[in-house]
Design a protein around this ligand. Structure first.
Ligand code: Q46
Ligand code: ZN
Length: 307
């Protein structure tokens, strides 16, 4: 098998592009795909200060590496979730990468700053771990980006993530979510920051190959709470489809953006009136935001009861 671009020996096949690449041409291909997403969706400019969400895994480090190499001004952001043996190693990988590249990394330790880890939030509130975790991450990423003066927040969601979320939203007819599935979300309130997903044209297999070929040391373990998640079932199903019909994931997701999403815009809740949380001042549609309500629930449940 020969590289499509230079005819050297190929090291990876990209069936949906009907191509194979050698190491150097694959790396160039990945970085071009990231630039293409940025340009097509008007995600970033070279004047932006970009906060990059960095878990320490293959996707977030691919994101940071490609944005940095493409010349964007980036700072990493890592949240210490307090999940067993998984979190300390995740932090270690994020910090080692930042140090090796001479890039700044901001770290928030949930337990130190907000008194609860993710397992403790799952224990003391009705939310399951991934729900508490997703809410905390969204809240802290936005809050930190605003507080530190970043103009855009970039996350490492890839094509597999987007396609599986789309499948889940369609299976349950979450029309409001479907209307908001965009790779770039402009800020709709002064307390919200623009968010972008520059890896949206890359599959998980491609980000993994990129980190390996670039020699990036990433956190290989999955979070223990991911085991049995429905999103993994959806990813498996989509991988089966992709195997039988290369390009299926891409046409499913990008076809939806072009032809499906407009049909759901009427259900868009972006029009809902956003106000500032009475507790923390972040944007919300309710009196206190969901993060502040969750923390209050946890504090009440964890407080020693009066005899
Ligand atoms: S949401 Fe759930 Fe992930 Fe948080 S608790 Fe782990 S699996 S890390 S993307
Ligand atoms: Zn709040």
């Amino acid at each position: 098998m020969k590289c499509r671009t230079c005819t050297a020996k190929a090291v990876i096949e990209a069936r949906r592009h009907n191509a194979a690449f050698c190491k150097d041409c694959f790396i160039t291909h990945v970085e071009r795909q990231v630039q293409k997403s940025i340009d097509t969706e008007k995600m970033l400019s070279k004047d932006d200060r970009v906060l990059v969400a960095v878990s320490g895994g293959k996707d977030s480090l691919t994101l940071w590496e490609t944005l940095h190499r493409l010349g964007y001004s980036t700072t990493g952001y890592h949240i210490v979730l307090g999940i067993g043996d998984y979190s300390p190693l995740a932090r270690e990988k994020a910090e080692a990468y930042a140090k090796g590249q001479g890039l700044a990394l901001i770290v928030t330790d949930l337990k130190e700053e907000y008194d609860f880890t993710i397992p403790e939030l799952a224990l003391h509130t009705p939310r399951v771990s991934c729900s508490a975790c997703g809410l905390s991450k969204r809240y802290l990423m936005n809050r930190t980006a605003l507080k530190e003066g970043f103009t855009v927040l970039a996350t490492g969601h890839n094509l597999d993530d987007a396609a599986s979320t789309l499948l889940g939203n369609l299976l349950h007819w979450h029309t409001d979510q479907l209307s908001r599935m965009r790779p770039a979300m402009e800020a709709t309130h002064p307390k919200l920051v623009k968010t972008v997903k520059p890896l949206i044209r890359l599959t998980e297999r491609e980000t993994l190959a990129y980190t390996i070929l670039r020699g990036i040391d990433y956190h290989e373990d999955e979070c223990p709470n991911a085991v049995g998640a429905t999103s993994l079932l959806y990813k498996d199903l989509l991988n089966q489809l992709e195997h039988a019909s290369p390009g299926a994931k891409q046409s499913f997701y990008f076809g939806f953006l072009k032809k499906g999403r407009p049909a759901f815009l009427a259900a868009d809740t972006d029009g809902f009136e956003l106000k500032e949380c009475a507790v923390c001042g972040q944007a919300t549609t309710t009196e206190a935001c969901a993060f502040c309500r969750m923390m209050e629930q946890a504090r009440r449940a964890a407080a020693p009861r009066n005899p």
